[in-house]
Design a protein around this ligand. Structure first.
Ligand code: FCB
Length: 505
C-alpha cells in the first residue's frame, strides 16, 4: 500500500506550503486552555522512573555497522571521536546497574544491536546468533533483574548491520529502502520476542524514525549521508510498515504466553516531538511552516501507527484512513522531548520539509544546552497535550540535557518532570520517564562532546570511572517521594548561560 505513491516530494512540499498559506491546511485540534500553575505535583506509585541508552552509543565492537563505517570516515564525527573509546558498557554492567539504583530508578531502556547478535548476513539468514552477543544481553538482563530494574528494549536505534546499510554504497538503496528490510526487521523482532519475551514486556520497535530518516536522507549528517527528499519520503513510509510487522511479531509471541505472565507486552515507537514556534508570529509564511512542521514531525508517524491514517505525500492531508495494516499498532505513545524549533520560513537552509535540523537554534533569549538547543520545559507540556489525542498511555522514552559542567542538569530535570506532573494532573496517563542518559556516551555526529549522563564518564581514564552529577540525589529523592514542589525547584541553582562547545545537528 505505502509504495503506491511516488510523486516527487519537493513538488508536494511546495504544494503543501501553498495550501497552508491559502488557509487550506488540515484543521488544528483545539489545545486546552492554560491551567493555573500548581505549587506541587505528584506521581503515581506505579510510575516508572528510568534512564535510557542505545547500544552503539555505549558498547564497543560495532565497527561492522553503518555507523561504524561512518564514524571511521574522516570528517563525519566531531573531533574524530570513535565509539570504541566510549563508556564500554558491557565491561561496566554492575557499575551501571548500581548507578541506576543510586539515582532511584527502577527502569532501564536499552537497545539490542543486530550486528552483535548476527554479525554477518549468513548468520542472520541461518538464524545462527553469535553466542557471545546473546550472552552479553543475557548478562545485562540478569543484572537488571537482580537489581529489580524493569527493562525496556529498543529493537532499532538508528544503527544497521553493514550488510543492510553501507554508507560506502550510499547511492543504492540502504537500510529501510531495501526490498528485504521489512522481512529482515520482522524476523529480527520475532526472534528477539521469542528469546526475551519472558523477561521483557516493554518494547520500542524503532527509535525516532523521523530523526533517522531526516538526518540520514536530507540533512546528511547520519549515514547513509545523502540529501534527497524523495528517498526520505520512501524511508518514512517503509518505517511505518516495518514497525507494524515488528509490532505484530512481538504480539504473536506474547499471545502464546509461553512465559505464563499473560499477554502483557506493550509495544510502540519512540517519537521525537518538538514544540514548533514561528520566528515571527505575525508572518503567515512562518505560521504555515510551523503547522506543516508539526504535522510532519510530531503527528505523521503517530497518526499512521495509532489510527492507520497516512498522509502518503506529506501535504498535510490524510490519503489513507484506518489502514488495516497499520491501525492499532501502538500500545502506548513513546515520547522523546528535547526542546523547541523556531521556524523562519524565509531562511530555510533545506527543502521546506527540512526545517527541523536547520533551525534548532535561531537566536533567542532562552538558556541552551551544550549543543545550543533551547531549554524550554513548557514545550514539554504542549507536546504532551498534543499526543493526548491518541488516548493511549504515554511513556517519556527520552528527555535530557547535554551539560558538561553539570550546572543546569538538576534544574532542567526537575522543571521537565514538573511539566510531566502537571500533565498527569490534567488527566494524561503518563506512566514513566526515562532520562537520557544514565552515563555519558557517544552522541552520534557530535562524538563525546555532549555530556548527557546522569553519571559522568572519564574517557581519559582506561578504567572509564563513572561519577554522579548533581542531578542524581535530586532525582533519587523525587523518585522515592513521588512529589515535586515549586519551592524545591526554586531552591535549585539558576540556569547558567555558557557558550555551546559541541557541534549540533
Ligand atoms: C535522541 C536520540 C538519542 C540521543 C539523544 C540526545 O534524538 O534518540 O540516541 O542521541 O537524542
Amino acid at each position: 500500500m505505502l509504495a503506491a505513491l511516488r510523486r516527487p516530494l519537493a513538488h508536494v512540499l511546495r504544494l503543501a506550503a501553498a495550501l497552508a498559506l491559502a488557509g487550506c491546511a488540515a484543521p488544528d485540534e483545539t489545545e486546552p486552555g492554560p491551567a493555573p500553575e500548581p505549587t506541587e505535583v505528584a506521581f503515581p506509585a506505579t510510575f516508572s522512573w528510568g534512564a535510557a541508552t542505545a547500544g552503539f552509543q555505549i558498547e564497543t565492537g560495532l565497527a561492522d555497522t553503518d555507523w561504524g563505517v561512518w564514524a571511521a570516515t574522516p570528517g563525519k564525527i566531531q573531533n574524530g571521536d570513535l565509539p570504541d573509546a566510549g563508556p564500554d558498557a558491557f565491561a561496566h554492567v554492575a557499575e551501571d546497574v548500581a548507578a541506576l539504583l543510586a539515582a532511584g530508578l527502577d527502569g532501564y531502556r536499552f537497545s539490542i544491536e543486530r550486528a552483535r547478535v548476527y554479525p554477518t548476513r549468513a548468520a542472520f539468514d541461518a538464524d545462527a546468533p553469535d553466542p557471545a552477543g546473546l550472552a552479553a544481553y543475557d548478562g545485562l538482563l540478569a543484572a537488571l533483574d537482580a537489581g529489580g530494574i524493569r527493562p525496556m528494549v529498543t529493537l532499532h536505534h538508528f544503527v544497521w548491520p553493514r550488510y543492510m546499510s553501507d554508507p560506502a554504497l550510499a547511492a543504492s538503496p540502504q537500510g529501510w529502502e531495501r526490498d528485504d528490510a521489512p522481512a529482515v526487521f520482522g524476523a529480527w523482532c520475532r526472534r528477539m520476542a521469542a528469546r526475551y519475551g519472558d523477561r521483557v514486556d516493554l518494547w520500542v520497535t524503532i527509535n525516532e524514525p523521523n530523526v533517522e530518516a531526516m538526518i540520514g536522507y536530507v540533512a546528511g549528517y547520519f549515514p547513509p549521508g545523502v540529501s534527497d527528499p524523495d528517498r526520505l519520503a520512501d524511508v518514512l513510509r517503509r518505517q511505518v510498515s516495518a514497525h507494524a510487522a515488528c509490532y505484530d511479531a512481538i504480539h504473536d509471541d506474547d499471545a502464546t504466553d509461553a512465559d505464563g505472565d499473560g499477554a502483557s507486552a506493550l509495544v510502540s515507537v519512540a517519537s521525537h516531538n518538538r514544540l514548533y514556534e514561528p520566528a515571527d508570529p505575525t508572518s503567515a509564511a512562518d505560521l504555515a511552516a510551523v503547522a506543516h512542521s508539526r504535522n510532519f514531525w510530531n503527528l505523521w508517524l503517530l497518526d499512521a501507527v495509532v489510527r492507520g491514517d497516512v498522509d502518503l505525500d506529506f501535504d498535510d492531508v490524510v490519503d489513507v484512513t484506518a489502514d488495516p495494516g497499520l491501525v492499532g499498532r501502538a500500545d502506548y505513545i513513546g515520547l522523546n522531548y528535547y526542546g523547541t524549533s523556531r521556524i523562519n520560513a524565509a531562511a530555510l537552509k533545506l527543502p521546506y520539509v527540512g526545517v527541523v535540523p536547520a533551525q534548532f537554534d535561531l537566536p533567542n533569549e532562552r538558556p541552551k544546552n551544550d549543543l545550543g538547543w533551547d531549554i524550554y520545559p513548557p514545550g514539554f507540556g504542549v507536546v504532551l497535550d498534543e499526543v493526548a489525542r491518541y488516548g493511549l498511555p504515554v511513556y517519556i522514552t527520552e528527555n535530557g540535557i547535554a551539560d558538561a559542567l553539570d550546572v543546569n542538569r538538576s534544574r532542567f530535570t526537575a522543571e521537565h518532570l514538573f511539566e510531566v506532573g502537571k500533565a498527569i494532573a490534567r488527566g494524561i496517563d503518563v506512566r514513566g520517564y526515562y532520562h537520557w542518559s544514565i552515563i555519558d556516551n557517544f552522541e552520534w555526529a557530535s562524538g563525546f562532546c555532549p555530556r548527557f549522563g546522569l553519571f559522568q564518564v572519564d574517557f581519559t581514564d582506561p578504567a572509564r570511572p563513572r561519577s554522579p552529577t548533581s542531578a542524581v540525589p535530586m532525582l533519587a529523592e523525587l523518585a522515592t517521594s513521588g512529589r515535586l514542589t515549586k519551592s524545591a525547584i526554586a531552591a535549585l541553582p539558576p540556569y547558567q548561560s555558557k557558550p555551546s562547545p559541541c557541534a549540533g545537528f
